[in-house]
Write a protein of this length. Structure first.
Length: 200
């Protein structure tokens, strides 16, 4: 019999930009967190929609500006974790703008990567962490994956998570969320609980 997996430190980032009412993305994140905690993993949750922060408007702000105080705990949770989970809906074919703005703010030089010699991006400072990306969408997931090549998720994996050293990155794509039957919805929630228990 194999030994049970060691407890992990999980930063669960809720990227739905609407905090005024519950959405399926919130239920999915709650199911994952519940499964993880039951299995003995430590979870810190970040609800991006409840954070007040400005959008970056220049490279200078990103490179030399200070992290907004409202994001200090969120950035600390990412630094503390060894596994990240990002949950968000697909909007206009991509992650919501608020989540993108959040990632731009927290993934700053000196935290997410560092320089070496003449290359300012040589050191990927968030290596040693894995991630799961959970995306809900109205279209069938197979259409997004095979027709659209899951382009925005692949961009997130390659140009943001991979850029700072996070790997492997696994995906859970959930399509047709507006028409899910109660049984299908419960099935997805149970899948997220299982993933949480395994910290995957």
């Amino acid at each position: 019999m194999s030994a049970p997996p060691s407890p992990r430190r999980i930063a669960l980032i809720q990227g739905h930009p609407d905090a005024t009412q519950p959405h399926f993305a919130h239920a999915l994140a709650a199911a994952y967190a519940d499964g993880a905690r039951v299995a003995g993993h430590a979870v810190r949750e970040v609800d991006v929609a409840r954070l007040d922060f400005p959008l970056l408007r220049s490279a200078r702000d990103w490179e030399q500006g200070l992290l907004p105080a409202s994001l200090a705990d969120a950035q600390a949770a990412i630094g503390w974790a060894d596994h990240l989970v990002l949950v968000f809906p697909l909007w206009l074919g991509d992650m919501p703008a608020l989540l993108k703005g959040f990632l731009e703010q927290v993934a700053r030089p000196g935290f997410a990567f560092g320089g070496e010699g003449s290359n300012p991006f040589a050191k990927k400072a968030l290596g040693g962490r894995s991630a799961r990306v959970v995306v809900t969408m109205g279209m069938p997931a197979a259409v997004y994956r095979y027709w659209y090549r899951a382009h925005s998720v692949k961009s997130l994996e390659r140009n943001i998570l991979g850029f700072v050293g996070i790997a492997p990155v696994r995906e859970t794509l959930i399509g047709g969320v507006g028409a899910l039957s109660p049984d299908d919805a419960r099935g997805w929630l149970e899948r997220l609980r299982r993933l949480g228990r395994r910290a995957e």
